[in-house]
Design a protein around this ligand. Structure first.
Ligand SMILES: N[C@@H](CCC(=O)N[C@@H](CS)C(=O)NCC(=O)O)C(=O)O
Length: 220
């Protein structure tokens, strides 16, 4: 049995959950995947058993039947995309795949990563994980907000970032905007195109609209 270790409120594991949901797959209904919820409040990602499996102490992690450990969200999502569902969300042809890759990386590195830096350098729960430098917070948020303007332009008279269908780039942009809320960056105030995009994605993929957590332990 494959095992997918996730925290349902955190952006990187949510990529996997939303990718599956966009293909009509409920992660809790998969015959060959056990879902294991990792509780950040209890620091389960730091436990000995989890650290042995993923020394980076992060989620998501997907373990395969042969013991292969995929410990990065992009790797997990590439795997899930190819193995499950009909249509790839990574793009329908060579050019689209490259475009999805480009949009996804800009959303990830410019928006999500900068917001995560701001969070890690300001939130008390992350003091154990990083040496916090409060001066990083404001410039990181400013950089993320500046990149949002780029996507506001891209989404002018378009529903999705690439082509006519939802892609993984949309999922990453949505999660980046959604994560901004913890830093009081309102996704509905970054331009009307982004607000429309956010609301539409949020109706489908908000935490409250996704499947409920199942209690489980890292050791099973
Ligand atoms: N490069 C990794 C980063 C994963 C990551 O940072 N995950 C966060 C949740 S969004 C995490 O597990 N944090 C653990 C912690 O803060 O202790 C990936 O994309 O999988």
């Amino acid at each position: 049995m494959k095992k997918l270790y996730i925290t349902r409120t955190a952006p990187n594991p949510r990529k996997a959950l939303i990718l599956l949901a966009s293909k009509g797959i409920d992660v809790d209904d998969m015959d060959d995947v056990d879902v294991i919820d990792i509780d950040f409040a209890a620091n389960e990602q730091m436990s000995e058993a989890f650290t042995q499996m993923n020394p980076m102490q992060t989620v998501p992690v997907l373990t395969l039947d042969d013991g292969t450990v995929l410990n990065d969200s992009q790797a997990v999502c590439e795997y899930l995309d190819r193995v499950y569902g009909e249509r790839s969300v990574m793009g329908n042809d060579v050019v689209q795949r490259a475009q999805v890759c480009s949009m996804r990386r800009i959303a990830e590195f410019e928006v999500m990563y900068n917001l995560m830096l701001a969070f890690q350098h300001s939130h008390p729960s992350k003091a154990q994980r990083v040496e916090q430098v409060p001066e990083f917070v404001a410039p990181s948020i400013a950089r993320a907000v500046k990149a949002m303007a780029y996507f506001e332009t891209i989404l002018e008279s378009r529903e999705y970032l690439v082509g006519e269908q939802l892609s993984f780039a949309d999922i990453v942009l949505y999660l980046s905007l959604d994560f901004g809320k913890v830093l009081k960056i309102n996704p509905n105030e970054q331009g009307e195109n982004l607000a429309r995009f956010y609301q539409k994605m949020n109706e489908r993929f908000s935490i409250k609209n996704m499947a409920k957590a199942k209690p489980a332990s890292v050791d099973d």
